[in-house]
Design a protein around this ligand. Structure first.
Ligand SMILES: [Zn+2]
Ligand SMILES: [Zn+2]
Length: 296
């Protein structure tokens, strides 16, 4: 029995709607899923409020774009997954709205830069090609560039124009890492370090970083991830045990935007055991009991 706790829907930059993801998860015989859209709870909420999971387990989720913490030299996004959060927490929702509107402002700026680099395209074309999804972003712009023949592939669009430090790159607003984790905790959830093998430089002092992140409220590490090779998976699993952190895993499925990644199985060899979901649920239950005790 396998699970997938890292899935994007049309509420951010995935191409399947939440209920299509549910149907697909049934076809792949997954035992539990979490939709973790970028900076929005809408997809996760639609899944959990559909009222008909058909025996599947599901948990609320989000992937917050945070600024890298001090010990982490890498530019770009530091993704924090949040599980088991309440949908209506006001402060979390305000922060997510701010991130969403910053994302909306960013696309026109990127398009302006591409125009000045000699690529005619506009936001309506991006939106039309994306099929009216809510979370338009660079992957959709990349897809339009490919469609128009400006680049041969989505990877090329990122490598030459849209990636960090490239000529059409526009920096984006992010919440501080500590704030992201604090908001997830406040909303009753557990913050998890997303795809550390992708986010962190290989040379990073993992122990110093994790010590700092645990102080900020970190509760888990995404150990199982398609881009993690076996040595990385083992390294992060050992680190999770050392710090008493939960282990999670998922495919980072985006539908046809990342056609090489399948729900549940990732690039073909991902297998995230159900026991991790059971441990996550138990930790959330314990947290709820503790919170209830505090306010008694
Ligand atoms: Zn991510
Ligand atoms: Zn993701």
């Amino acid at each position: 029995m396998n699970i997938d706790l890292h899935i994007h829907s049309t509420a951010s930059d995935g191409t399947l709607r939440p209920l299509e993801i549910l149907a697909s998860a049934h076809r792949f015989n997954l035992a539990a899923i979490a939709i973790t859209d970028h900076d929005t709870l809408a997809g996760s909420r639609e899944l959990l409020e559909s009222g008909s999971l058909g025996g599947m387990k599901a948990i609320s989720g989000v992937e917050i774009s945070a600024a890298p913490p001090p010990l982490c030299p890498r530019q770009g996004s530091f993704h924090v997954l949040g599980y088991g959060i309440a949908f209506d927490h006001p402060r979390l929702n305000r922060a997510l709205e701010k991130l969403q509107s910053a994302r909306q402002d960013r696309n026109p700026k990127i398009i302006q830069r591409l125009n000045s680099l000699g690529f005619p395209l506009d936001i309506n074309e991006v939106s039309a090609l994306a099929g009216g999804v809510d979370g338009l972003g660079r992957p959709h712009i990349a897809r339009l560039m490919k469609r128009k023949g400006y680049v041969a592939s989505i990877e090329e669009a990122f490598d030459r124009y849209l990636g960090h430090g490239k000529p059409a790159y526009v920096d984006k607003f992010r919440v501080a890492c500590e704030e992201a984790m604090g908001l997830i905790r406040e909303a009753g959830g557990i913050p998890v370090l997303a795809h550390p093998g992708v986010t962190l430089d290989a040379a990073i002092d993992l122990d110093r970083l994790l010590t700092a992140l645990v102080d900020m409220g970190l509760g888990g590490i995404e150990v199982y991830y398609p881009a993690h090779h076996p040595a990385q998976t083992a390294r992060f699993a050992a680190a999770a045990r050392r710090y008493g952190l939960l282990m999670t895993g998922g495919s980072d499925f985006h539908g046809s935007l990342k056609p090489e990644i399948q729900l549940g199985t990732g690039a073909g060899d991902l297998a995230v055991p159900f026991a991790l979901f059971a441990a996550l649920e138990a930790a959330l239950d314990a947290q709820r009991l503790q919170a209830a005790g505090t306010y008694r």
